[in-house]
Design a protein around this ligand. Structure first.
Ligand code: GCU
Length: 706
C-alpha cells in the first residue's frame, strides 16, 4: 500500500520570496545526519521550486567555480580561522545555505543558530542533529511562505526527551490503534522498508528524538526482541533511525529473566537476577550500539513487577538502570501503577491517588538514569482530568510527562478531537511545588518556575533527563493516522515537545499550512474546527471530569454503567440525587496530594474549577453552577449543544469542498458523519440516564427519551 507524506508533501510555490536560498548548499561539515539534511533540502528545492539544489562540500570545487567575489560583511563571523573559507563560500554567486558544525556551548546537543552573511544563510550547530532540525525548520518556514530572515536566530528544544511510544504488538496489531496495523511488526518479524525511512523523516521534521517501538504490554513473544534472534534487525532499524536523530528504545517485561532467561525469579535484589540483566544489557548494547534503553510497565494491569518480591519500584527500576548505566542507557519507568482488582463497594480506595502513593515516597531513591513517566492525569487519559499530583513532588527524580495522541477515550480517530489545547493546559498548570511559606513574614514567595512544563523541562529542579512522551496514533493506513485531522495531534505533539511556549492555535495554523494549500479564510475555518473539537467532544461525552461512561474494553461510545460495578476503580456512583466522587479532605483525601493553593482550590466546591467538579466532588443534581443553571440542566444543555456543534463542524467542513483534495475531503466527511451518529448516541444515552434517575425534564423542553 502506498502511503502519504503528510506535512512533508511539498507543492510547487514559485512565488516564495526566498527560494533563491534553495539554489545552493555548502556542506562545511560531514556526517550521515548532515547528508540526510542535505537530501531533505534537495527534495524540498525540487518539489517546491523546481530547482536542482547544487551541493558543494569541498573548497576545491568552490575555487573551480567562476565569479568568486569577496563579500564585505563577513566580519560578524566569530571564527577567524575560518574566515578565508567563509569568504570563498560567500564569494560564490548563488544565494544559498551553509551548513556548519561548530563548538558553541549555548546550542547544546540539538539546538541551532541561523545567521545571514551576504547572500548566504549560515546554519550552525554543535552536533549533526542540530543541523538536521535547522534544515527542517528552514523548509517549514519556506513551506509556510514566510521569509527566512524571520527564523529565530537561535532555536534550542525545551525538552531533552521528545518521545513517541508505539503500542505495537509483535503480531502486527496495535493496542488502542485506530489507523491500521503496525508498520514495525508483522507476524513477529520486524519490518524495515521505504516507509520506515519516511517515518524517520517525519519524526525528525517534527523534532521527535526517541521512540519505543513495541507495546508496553510486552506480549506475543516480544520479550524476545532483546535476544539474538532479533538483534540484526533491531540494529538496522536503530541505525536507520539514528540517521534522523532518533534513538530506539524497547519495552521490556520485568519478568524477562524468567520469560526468556530460564530463571525462576525476577527479584530485583537477587544476585543471579542482577547478573542476568547485566549480561543481557551487555549483549544488547554490543549488538545494537545505538540502543537508547528500556521502557517498562511493571506491576500494572496484571504485568509483573517488583511487588511480587515485596520490593518497591525504586528497587525494580534501579535493577535495570544499573545494568544500562555503563553504556549511557536509561530506564523509562511508568508510574501507571494501581489496584485493578478493586471492589466497587469499597469507597476508601481511590485509584486516582495510586501513582502518588506508590511513587512520591520513593523520591531520592532512583538511580540517575531512571526517568519516571507520569500520565498527564491521575487516572487514565480521560477527556478531562486534573493534572497528576505527582508533578512537582519528585524533586530528586527525573520525570517525563506522558500524554496520549492515540484517541482511546477521545473519539478513536473517528471523532475529531484536536488534543494540543489539552496538553497546553497540562503544561501550563502551576503546581506550586516551589512555593515556600515564609512564616516570619507570613507571606508566600514564589521561588521557582513551577508549571508542569518547567518541571519536565528540568527548569524547576535542574534535572537533565526529562521531557515529554506520547502514545502515538500512527499505523499503516495510507494517511498514517486514520482520521486525516488526527495528524494535527501527531505533528502538534512533536512541535509542542520541542517548544512548549507555542500556542495550540499557532500549532494548528502551522500544521494546516504545512499540510494543505488553503487561503486565509479556509485556514481560519479549519482552525475553528480543530480548536473547537475538544470542547465539543467533552460536551457530548461524560460530564464535568467524571470520565469513563464508555463501553467496556474497547472504550468507544456511551455506556454509563459499564465500569460501575467492575474492578477497575473508575466509578461515578450516580443515584437519583447526586453523582461524583468525594475526593476532598473529608472524602478520599486526594485533594491533599496537591500543593497548598491547588489543594485548597480543589477541596471546596465553590472554588473547584467547574470542569472538574464531579472529579473532586459529589454533587446534587440541583446544585447551581456559576452560570446559574443546575447541574442536571448543565448536563442536558451540553449534550444537546455537543451534537449541534458537530453539525456545525460538518457544515464548516463542507464549505471547504473545493479547497481540499476530494479524496481527503470525502474521507474526513465520512468520519464526521460517524462522529455525528456517535454524538447523538452519547446525547441520548446520557440524557436519558439522568432523566430516568431524576425524572426531571429538560427546562427547555427538548426531547429526552423515556
Ligand atoms: C489504558 C489502556 C491500556 C494500556 C494502559 C497503559 O488502560 O486502556 O490499553 O495498556 O492504559 O497505559 O498501559
Amino acid at each position: 500500500m502506498k502511503w502519504e507524506q503528510l506535512w512533508l508533501n511539498y507543492q510547487l510555490n514559485l512565488d516564495y520570496c526566498d527560494q533563491g536560498y534553495f539554489n545552493f548548499v555548502y556542506q562545511r561539515s560531514q556526517g550521515e545526519r548532515i547528508d540526510n539534511a542535505v537530501k531533505e533540502l534537495t527534495k524540498a528545492a525540487k518539489e517546491m521550486f523546481g530547482t536542482s539544489l547544487m551541493v558543494r562540500s569541498n573548497l576545491q570545487e568552490i575555487e573551480d567555480i567562476e565569479d568568486i567575489e569577496d563579500i564585505e560583511d563577513i566580519e560578524d563571523i566569530e571564527d577567524i580561522e575560518n574566515l578565508e573559507e567563509m569568504e570563498k563560500i560567500g564569494g560564490i554567486d548563488e544565494q544559498g545555505i551553509v551548513l556548519q558544525l561548530k563548538e558553541a556551548a549555548t546550542l547544546g546537543e540539538e539546538g541551532y543558530q541561523v545567521q545571514f552573511e551576504g547572500n548566504k544563510l549560515i546554519l550552525t550547530a554543535c552536533e549533526q542533529k542540530g543541523l538536521l532540525y535547522g534544515v527542517f525548520h528552514i523548509i517549514r518556514q519556506a513551506k509556510q511562505g514566510k521569509p527566512l530572515r524571520e527564523l529565530p536566530s537561535i532555536n534550542i528544544p525545551n525538552n531533552k526527551y521528545r518521545m513517541l511510544n508505539h503500542w505495537d504488538d509483535f503480531e502486527g496489531k496495535i493496542e488502542r490503534g485506530y489507523s491500521g496495523r503496525s508498520f514495525f511488526f508483522n507476524n513477529r518479524e520486524i519490518l524495515i522498508n521505504e516507509r520506515t525511512l519516511d517515518y524517520a523523516r517525519l519524526l525528525a521534521s517534527m523534532g521527535i528524538n526517541q521512540i519505543s517501538i513495541n507495546n508496553v504490554n510486552v506480549r506475543e513473544g516480544a520479550s524476545e526482541l532483546i535476544t539474538k534472534k532479533y538483534f540484526s534487525e533491531v540494529k538496522v532499524l536503530a541505525e536507520l533511525l539514528e540517521g534522523y536523530g532518533v534513538k530506539l528504545f524497547l519495552s521490556v517485561n520485568f519478568a524477562s529473566p524468567m520469560v526468556i532467561g530460564g530463571l525462576d525469579s525476577a527479584d530485583p535484589l537477587e544476585e543471579r537476577v542482577i547478573a542476568w540483566w547485566q549480561e543481557k544489557v551487555k549483549e544488547v548494547v554490543e549488538n545494537v550500539p545505538n540502543f537508547g534503553g528500556f521502557l517498562v510497565k511493571a506491576d500494572s494491569e496484571g504485568w509483573p513487577g517488583p511487588f511480587a518480591y515485596h520490593r518497591n519500584h525504586a528497587q525494580g527500576a534501579n535493577l535495570l538502570a544499573d545494568a544500562l548505566a555503563p553504556y549511557g542507557g536509561v530506564v523509562i519507568w511508568r508510574c501507571f501503577v494501581y489496584n485493578c482488582q478493586q471492589d466497587w463497594r469499597d469507597t476508601t480506595t481511590d485509584r486516582a491517588k495510586a501513582a502518588y502513593d506508590n511513587f512520591a515516597p520513593l523520591d531520592g531513591q532512583f538511580a540517575p538514569n531512571v526517568i519516571l513517566q507520569v500520565k498527564n492525569g491521575p487516572v487514565d487519559f480521560q477527556v478531562r482530568e486534573p493534572v497528576s499530583p505527582l508533578f512537582g513532588q519528585m524533586k530528586q527524580t527525573n520525570q517525563i510527562l506522558e500524554v496520549q495522541i492515540a484517541q482511546e477515550y477521545t473519539g478513536q480517530q473517528v471523532d475529531c478531537c484536536y488534543l494540543v489545547p489539552m496538553w497546553k493546559e497540562v503544561l501550563d498548570f502551576r503546581t506550586y511545588c516551589g512555593e515556600k511559606e515564609d512564616t516570619a513574614a507570613d507571606t508566600v514567595t514564589d521561588i521557582v518556575a513551577d508549571t508542569v512544563a518547567d518541571i519536565v523541562a528540568g527548569r524547576t529542579f535542574g534535572h537533565v533527563a526529562c521531557g515529554m512522551a506520547a502514545v502515538t496514533n500512527t499505523g499503516d493506513d495510507s494517511n498514517w493516522t486514520g482520521h486525516d485531522l488526527a495528524a494535527a495531534n501527531l505533528y502538534g505533539f512533536g512541535r509542542l515537545a520541542w517548544d512548549t511556549s507555542l500556542s495550540a492555535e499557532a500549532i494548528a495554523r502551522e500544521w494546516i499550512a504545512m499540510t494543505y494549500n488553503l487561503n486565509k479564510e479556509f485556514e481560519d475555518t479549519m482552525v475553528e474546527i480543530l480548536m473547537g473539537s475538544w470542547p465539543t467532544y467533552e460536551k457530548y461525552t461524560s460530564p464535568l471530569g467524571i470520565g469513563w461512561m464508555v463501553n467496556a474494553s474497547h472504550h468507544y461510545g456511551p455506556n454509563v454503567e459499564a465500569y460501575e460495578y467492575d474492578v477497575w476503580g473508575t466509578y461515578h456512583r450516580a443515584n437519583h440525587r447526586a453523582i461524583g466522587v468525594d475526593r476532598t479532605s473529608t472524602g478520599t483525601g486526594m485533594t491533599e496530594q496537591y500543593f497548598g493553593p491547588n489543594a485548597q482550590r480543589y477541596d471546596h466546591i465553590d472554588t473547584c474549577p467547574e470542569e472538574l467538579l464531579l472529579f473532586f466532588h459529589r454533587v446534587d443534581y440541583t446544585h447551581r453552577l456559576r452560570r446559574g443553571v443546575t447541574l442536571l440542566q448543565h448536563i442536558y444543555d451540553t449534550h444537546f449543544e455537543g451534537v449541534e456543534e458537530v453539525e456545525e463542524m460538518i457544515r464548516k467542513w463542507n464549505t471547504m469542498k473545493e479547497a481540499i483534495c476530494p479524496v481527503v475531503h470525502e474521507r474526513v466527511l465520512e468520519r464526521f458523519y460517524r462522529q455525528l451518529e456517535n454524538s447523538k448516541n452519547w446525547r441520548d444515552v446520557i440524557n436519558t440516564y439522568f432523566y430516568r434517575k431524576t425524572l426531571q425534564p429538560d427546562e427547555k423542553g427538548r426531547h429526552i427519551y423515556e
